[in-house]
Design a binder for this molecule. Structure first.
Ligand SMILES: [Zn+2]
Length: 136
């Protein structure tokens, strides 16, 4: 599998062996993650060669947690943290499975952001529907 460092050499300089399968979430979020990596890459390109961020920026983990995307990093600056926050917010409106518009949904004890069809197929219920039901 293609390594991410080939596509984003600066972003993944401290994660040289990462591929898309290192990302612990489903494919629906790859579009927003690609947008994030591209933004970080572009930002790192603008920094001086000896900058601390350029040298130390490391992605610790990218995963789904409580239905939202979580991006854990070290050595980032405010620009990168802003982009990460934005991406994590975006994930709450995008189906983790297929990438179209989704909402927070519950299946058993699990929460995921899913679209209507992925909810149906995987036996999840959108939380907004649950509220409607309990309100009568
Ligand atoms: Zn879906």
């Amino acid at each position: 599998m293609k390594k991410l460092i080939e596509q984003y050499p600066l972003t993944f300089s401290n994660n040289p062996d990462w591929t898309y399968s290192s990302l612990e979430c489903r494919g629906g979020w790859l579009t927003i993650l690609d947008r994030l990596f591209a933004a970080i890459e572009k930002h790192l390109e603008t920094l001086p060669k000896k900058s601390k961020v350029k040298k130390e920026f490391t992605i610790q983990q990218i995963k789904e947690k409580f239905g939202g995307l979580r991006v854990y990093v070290d050595g980032a600056d405010d620009f990168i943290y802003d982009k990460i926050l934005q991406t994590e917010e975006d994930s709450k409106r995008i189906c983790e499975f297929c990438g179209i518009g989704g909402v927070m949904s519950k299946g058993g004890h699990y929460y995921r952001t899913l679209c209507h069809d992925c909810c149906k197929i995987n036996d999840y219920t959108p939380l907004s529907d649950m509220t409607k039901e309990s309100n009568g």
